[in-house]
Design a protein around this ligand. Structure first.
Ligand SMILES: NC(=O)c1ccc[n+]([C@@H]2O[C@H](COP(=O)([O-])OP(=O)(O)OC[C@H]3O[C@@H](n4cnc5c(N)ncnc54)[C@H](OP(=O)(O)O)[C@@H]3O)[C@@H](O)[C@H]2O)c1
Length: 103
């Protein structure tokens, strides 16, 4: 759901990667709420810490990819090309009616 500043929540599946984490940093810096989607809570926590260390008042959290897709208004697919199909299939039910972007 859009947060109180009326900006959509952006979920980034594979947000621990080079592309996804860079996008997360930019979006957090622009005031968006970010949910990092990952198969690894440890990796995702590290990304959240790195962003929070750089962006004052960053609104960044992490979930597994399924929950991240549910929480995002906009869902960015930023996993390697070879795993995009399987990742989408895993989270498909959460994507209805949402804007999906592919990195
Ligand atoms: N790197 C570039 O220069 C570049 C430039 C333009 C576009 N792109 C595109 O942007 C996308 C992301 O690139 P990237 O370099 O950030 O990718 P990456 O670092 O290789 O992977 C991104 C994340 O995807 C998750 N992942 C890896 N293997 C997976 C699998 N088998 N199933 C599900 N998730 C998996 C991992 O997250 P967890 O382990 O945390 O789940 C990983 O941190 C790709 O489609 C790529 O083609 C990349």
């Amino acid at each position: 759901m859009a947060n109180e500043n009326h900006k959509p929540v952006i979920a980034i599946l594979g947000g621990t990667g080079a592309q996804g984490s860079a996008l997360a940093l930019l979006c957090a810096n622009a005031g968006y709420s970010i949910v990092i989607g990952s198969r690894s809570s440890q990796k995702a926590l590290e990304v959240c810490k790195r962003i929070s260390a750089v962006v004052k008042h960053a609104n960044v959290s992490y979930e597994d990819n399924q929950i991240a897709a549910e929480k995002g208004d906009v869902v960015v697919l930023s996993v390697p090309y070879a795993s995009q199909r399987s990742t989408v299939e895993t989270v498909r039910a959460a994507l209805d009616g949402k804007i999906i972007l592919k990195n």
